[in-house]
Structures are given as structure tokens and as C-alpha cells.
Design a protein around this ligand. Sequence first.
Ligand code: PSU
Ligand code: MN
Length: 306
Amino acid sequence: MRVNQEVKAALEKGEAVVALESTIISHGMPYPRNVETALLVEKTVRENGAVPATMGIIGGEPVIGMSPDEIEEFGKRKGIAKVSKRDLPIVIAAKEWGATTVSATILLAQRAGIEVFVTGGIGGVHRGAEESWDVSRDLYELGSEPVTVVCAGAKAILDIAKTLEVLETQGVTVLSYRSPTFANFYCRESGFPVDRVCQSPEEVASIIKAKRDFPLTGGILVANPCPEKDALPHDYMDKIIADAVKEADRKGIKGKDVTPFLLKRIVELTGGKSLETNIRLVANNAKIGARIAVSYAAMRRGGKDL
Ligand code: PSU
Ligand code: MN
């Protein structure tokens, strides 16, 4: 594993580091907005007091903290594999490039000692999973690794009720950030309850610390709703998502191609509006995630000095 100097130094001093994934760059958004977004997210993490660590596999080597040039390459290079846990050994052995999903990024973060991770929306249980059995690996990595993921809920293309059920089975602590219900990606609220509504980064950090000190294994999910001014209307998005899901079905799109296909199709069907919302919500997660990481790092350092 290659850990960049800045990240290494911050971790040694017990300072806040935020993990970032690369599937959202290579498979979640079109070039060049994907690169602009990844760089904006890193900048937002820094402005809020933490060190960003964008992760991916370069020539078979897991990289913790890419350079801006490497981020650019992940944005435009063709044929970068989408790497979930099962794909990691294949891409490493073949010395290939791989964009890490939430699940693979959680694994790399845990290996590097990074406890807070920011993304847009996690993978989850797909609509129609009773037939397809399509349930993202993300939920199981959240269940087993000690990483807190700050997101805007599960991607809107999913079945949120079933996703929350699997999270509960996996023992994942599900929090919302200043919102009464679980976040609904493009549309703010989902109406589904969470385990605790948190009002501040300190409150979230205290829950992370309690889980680690106990100790309990497994992750925490912080659902941070998209800012009001950037959110898209429910009814409008419901119809577009339903149409995109039907189209994927008709075209026989399966497995790891489903999520990238749907995200791309939704951008087309909304005339680019969903992309703008996606960018704004990731940046907003970066702000809150960095503040949570800073607060948690301070609590841990405080604990050691006592
Ligand atoms: N959230 C986004 N855009 C994305 C993803 C999440 O806003 O591109 C990616 C994440 O990397 C997540 C993956 O882990 O989609 C889930 O894919 P699947 O449904 O195939 O497990
Ligand atoms: Mn899947």
C-alpha cells in the first residue's frame, strides 16, 4: 500500500484524515465534472480542518491519498475497473488500475487507520432485489469494519426500506445529521426513521468514540441530507428513476453495471440537473464529514492525555 506523506504524518499525530472513494470519479460522473468534483471535495475537506485521502488502485498498488494528477487520470482514463472487495486481489495481481467502491475503500481505510469516510450515496439493496438478489457489498463492509461513512443516504435508485433492514441486521449504527429522517439522496428526506438524529459533529464523534471504546466492531452511517436549495422534487425524481430502472431491465443490464448505468441515464433524463445535485450533496458531505473527523480526532487525543 502507498500512503502519501501528508496522510501518514497526520495519522501519526492523531490528526483528522478523511477517506474518499474513486468509483464515484471513474464510474459515477462524466469527465471533466468528475475530476472537478473530486478536487472540490478534497478542498472542502481541507477547509474544514482535515486531510483528504482519495483512494484507488494504481498499477496494482493500493494508493491512500492520490495526487491531483492521479485524480485527473482516474477521471479520464478508459477501462478502469470498478473494484469491490471481490475484485481487489484480481486487480492487484494483474497490476491494473481500479476505482474503489465504498466497500473496497472502507477496507483500505481500515488498513490505513482512517476512521471517517465521505461519499455521495452508499450502495444498498436494489429495487426488485427479491428477484435479482442485488445487494451491494457496501452494506456488509459497513457491518464489519470500524469506519464511519458520511453520505446523503443510499443512492436514490435503491430500495431504501430494504437497505435499512440489512443495515440493521448488520449492526450498523444509522444516524442522521440535523434531519428527522434518513436522507434520500437527490431529494433530502426519505421519511424512514434513523437510530438517532444528531445535531452536531461533536454528537456524532461521541457516538463513534463510544462504539470504539466499548469496543464494538463495525461501522456507523451518517446520513446527511442534500442542501435544501440543491434538492430535486420527490415526484419528479421518482418517475425518472422508475423509467431508468425499467430501461436497465429491458436492456438486460446486470451486476456491477447497474449502478453506473442508472446514474448516467438519470443525468440524461434530468438534463444534467441530477449531476449538479449529486456534486452539491457530495461537497456538503465533505464539509460535515471533515468536521466530524476533526471532532473525533480531538476526542481521541484528549482521551490519551488524561
Ligand atoms: N454514490 C454516488 N456515486 C457512485 C457510487 C455511490 O453518488 O458512483 C458508487 C460507490 O462507489 C458505491 C457503488 O460503492 O457506487 C455501489 O455499486 P453497487 O451498487 O454495484 O454495489
Ligand atoms: Mn450489485
